[in-house]
Design a protein around this ligand. Sequence first.
Ligand code: CTP
Ligand code: MN
Ligand code: MN
Ligand code: MN
Length: 466
Amino acid sequence: NNQVAPPVSARIPDYACQRHTPLQHHNTKFTDALEILEKYADLRYDDQDYSRALAFRRASCVLKSLSRPLSRLSEIQNVTHIGSHSQKVIQEILEDGTSEEVEKICADPWFQKMKLFTAIFGIGPARAKEFIAKGWSSIQEVRDGCTSSDWRIQWGLAFHEDLTTPVTRAEADYILGVVRRHVDRVLPGAVMELTGGFRRGKQTGHDVDILIMHPLENKIIGALPRLLQSLQSHDIVLCGRHERSTYHEELLTQNTKLSPRGQLDHFEKWIGIIKVPNKIRIKNDQSDKTSSHQLGNNKCNTDMKENKDKCENRNFQSDKNTDSCKRDVGNESVLYQRQEDTLDSGSAISDSLEDVWESLDKASSSSSPSHGNPREVKASQGDWIARRVDLIISPFSQFFYALVGWTGSKQFNRDARTYAEREMNMKLSSHGLYDFNQGKQLVASSEREVFDNLKLPYFEPQDRNC
Ligand code: CTP
Ligand code: MN
Ligand code: MN
Ligand code: MN
């Protein structure tokens, strides 16, 4: 077949949320290089000029969505998001296999130290630069010299090796199972989703993101502190911080500025570190070497079976063709039917909400950031590994927007939000979608409806890996 394929540029939509972006794609030799340039620009120029980093990320995103390997620069010369700098790098790689500029950056000691230090939980570029200015170049030097009282940095330093060992899919499933057992106790009827990179099909991640909701709008009040208390009483939690919701309805229309490194949302959440038995990860390692990740799933069978029973008990349709309801979804629109609130709805509740939260804050002294001294805990560590977990709790009415937001990727969200604003005159966030044309919120009772409301074709989570 010597027919020339049509130029790829003719078929590339402007926004990443309009393109299939699978995890496995055909242009890694370019995207790896562009992502190094992105990272470098992010660390070097960070808050002053994030657009430099974004330009490389956009170019990389386009290449990830191509259905075949790029063979000539001319194929992408007119693509909006591939600027001249990115084109130069792509051209270099097409000719020589590598880019000199990228090689130089990789060998740059400053870059290596910045990557090392910003990988510490709680450390951002600003503090990493302070460490370098002090002449530090290893984690041990930071451990010896850093006097920060920030709980994240203290635990991040003590458990750095644990936290930079990739979390496996089997561990994510295990954590989901553990959290589910406790959720079932403190918030019966709740629905949970594993979100973040794992939902997009990644086999490893840096943390586990779990979104929780209840079909009764007001049931979630007070549930997260109860959940944490339950987890803590079983000695699962190492440290963490409970953040109360800062949501109010005006946020739906307000022009909130997004922080350069991700979207801020206003959900009640918990950010912390929990313990996972080593055997969970080791089983997954074996499965990676043999056939797919089946072994990894097997070890969760008891959890899953138990969960399935529970799902059926509470009238949530589990996927009967598999032995699990680990994503709680068979047909999501059936699964997530809203139930009538038994509480008085509306203003009475929002009036009392402040009081509820205040009393929760008082009561949650037990969910204070840390439990014991991080170094001492590390020194007496048993047969477990520390894992970063994010628990987010959403009211039913915001759930599907929260699900899209917490599934990501970050770039997918960024483009979906820009698309909503520029093309639709709407404002999209993890809390909802506001249509300025109609002057009202657009509700969604499935993930598909979020896309429908935006007049976007639906993309599965696996195709949102931009
Ligand atoms: N997110 C968000 N608001 C935050 C933090 C994260 O909306 N305050 C979103 C991110 O945009 C991302 C998802 O939640 O889409 C998960 O965030 P994160 O765990 O940082 O990224 P992952 O894509 O899961 O990557 P990894 O596998 O490294 O965890
Ligand atoms: Mn960091
Ligand atoms: Mn994640
Ligand atoms: Mn996360």
